[in-house]
Design a protein around this ligand. Structure first.
Ligand SMILES: Cc1cc2nc3c(=O)[nH]c(=O)nc-3n(C[C@H](O)[C@H](O)[C@H](O)COP(=O)(O)OP(=O)(O)OC[C@H]3O[C@@H](n4cnc5c(N)ncnc54)[C@H](O)[C@@H]3O)c2cc1C
Length: 372
């Protein structure tokens, strides 16, 4: 009997497995495909809570906490595995091309500054001094120097190795096909390689989390939202910062590639890159850095973001059952939120502390349907 079985080995399952094992727990992770082979390797790796979360509240607090955890988390993984995860806190700029965009960015800047975040309002000229390839058309924007990006694929490799070193049992190419239960308690999982009894089962199955909760008759309303991205070669003067605009984002990686993103399209579980999607991404970002038109195209890919109906993560026990939990629904920010998810869920699962998790309880959907 293992202490924990985790269903799904993306960034969330692997991060949680690593943290639980550091706290002395016996952990098994079951992954139907390859480690991190779904949304987690498709991501652009940006760590940008101030850009991503448009209002103050628990999600922004969670994102900022995770950003603070990142340097220690990355250093520890690099030291234990020797794998460089390429954490880069070179700043994020969110820029405006029109007066309307400038007005709405200015409002965002005002409350962020008021709340004490490290953000700077800059004119187009000041932004171009930081990033000379930025178009003359950019009128102004927010610069947040503490945000950045990481190489999520290297991070996944480091987590797999760190989990192995910690003695986590890692089963890839093994699908969970059902839950084992006695009365109202989940007692483990049935997999394509047999039954795994466990004291606790955690659903870390990304876009598939809703499907798995459905097996227990609980609706947690998670759906896949496809994201299509492209990578191009670097272009003369290297870009330093992540550039966001209403048309998309441009992320210069430490390996010299530039990742351009992204669509948000509803295509069920299909992961194809479509010409429509690719055109949308390229047309969206070129206005910000026009010289990108001469960059060499390298690759395009897509992944399925796990989106809960209200856009918030799901962190906590699955209502109506004992012994089963969810860590999912991280939507556009699962790479950013992985350290805080691992640490906060472990605080809850091992030490019974649930402070920051309360707003993200999976029971909120049940409560909403009860009220109707
Ligand atoms: C194009 C794109 C760009 C993104 N950019 C960013 C970004 O810049 N920054 C950021 O923070 N986030 C980003 N994200 C979001 C981020 O990738 C996700 O939030 C995160 O990867 C979710 O991690 P996860 O482990 O929950 O899901 P996944 O990585 O999808 O992992 C879930 C795993 O569960 C497995 N699984 C499912 N069902 C079963 C089963 N029955 N049995 C066994 N295994 C099962 C799947 O095979 C999968 O590997 C991006 C996403 C996309 C698609």
């Amino acid at each position: 009997m293992t202490d924990f079985v985790l269903i799904g080995g993306g960034i969330i399952g692997l991060s949680l497995a690593y943290e639980l094992s550091k706290r002395g727990m016996a952990v098994t992770v079951v992954e139907q495909g390859e480690w991190g082979g779904q949304a987690s390797s498709a991501a652009a790796g940006m760590l940008a809570p101030l850009k991503e979360f448009s209002q103050p509240g628990p999600l922004l607090d969670l994102g900022m906490k995770s950003l603070q955890l990142y340097p220690g988390w990355a250093k520890e993984l690099e030291e234990t595995t020797g794998i460089e995860v390429q954490l880069c806190r070179s700043g994020v700029m969110t820029v405006a091309l029109t007066e309307d965009e400038e007005r709405s960015l200015r409002q965002k800047y005002e409350w962020q500054k008021e709340a004490g975040y490290d953000v700077h309002w800059m004119t187009g000229k000041e932004l171009r001094e930081l990033e000379p390839l930025l178009t003359e058309g950019v009128t102004a924007g927010i610069y947040s120097p503490g945000e950045g990006h990481i190489n999520n694929r290297m991070l996944l490799s480091a987590l797999v190795m760190a989990c192995r070193q910690q003695g986590v049992r890692l089963l890839s190419g093994c699908a969970v096909a059902g839950m084992a239960s006695e009365g109202s308690r989940v007692t483990g999982v049935h997999t394509t390689q047999g039954m795994i009894p466990a004291a606790h089962t955690v659903i870390t199955a990304g876009a598939w989390a809703g499907m798995i909760a459905d097996w227990l008759g609980v609706s947690v309303l998670v759906r896949p939202v496809r994201g299509q991205v492209a990578a191009v070669s670097s272009i003369g003067v290297p870009l330093q910062t992540v550039i966001f605009g209403s048309g998309g984002y441009i992320t210069p990686k430490r390996d010299g590639k530039i990742v351009l993103g992204a669509t948000e399209d509803e295509a069920g579980f299909q992961r194809e890159v479509t010409l429509h999607g690719l055109t949308h991404v390229l047309q969206g970002v070129i206005p910000y850095v026009p010289v990108l038109q001469s960059a060499a195209f390298l690759q395009a890919w897509a992944g399925l973001r796990p989106a809960a109906a209200d856009g918030l993560p799901l962190l906590g026990p699955l209502p109506g059952w004992e012994g089963v939990f969810v860590a999912g629904g991280h939507f556009r920010n699962g790479i950013l939120l992985s350290p805080v998810t691992a640490v906060s869920m472990s605080d809850y699962l091992v030490d019974g502390q649930d402070g920051p998790l309360a707003p993200f309880s999976p029971a909120r959907f049940l409560a909403a349907s009860d009220k109707r």
